[in-house]
Design a protein around this ligand. Sequence first.
Ligand SMILES: [Zn+2]
Ligand SMILES: [Zn+2]
Length: 73
Amino acid sequence: MYSLRCFQCGSGFLSSFNLEAPICGKCIQKAKSLDSTIDYEKACIKCGKSGVIYRKEVCHSCYFGFEKKEEGL
Ligand SMILES: [Zn+2]
Ligand SMILES: [Zn+2]
């Protein structure tokens, strides 16, 4: 596990990935609601869901590794 600091709000959190742009569960929820950050034309190369992070090839869950970890932190 990596101890990271959210680049949005500055709160610390743990992730199993060493993220280049660390973001906490709360901010990810906000980011998810911003359509401008998501490219719905593409599908995630990891899980196949449609909707990837703009200019990336994976969805939020796969990119940030928050699939099941975001609760309880
Ligand atoms: Zn945050
Ligand atoms: Zn995915």
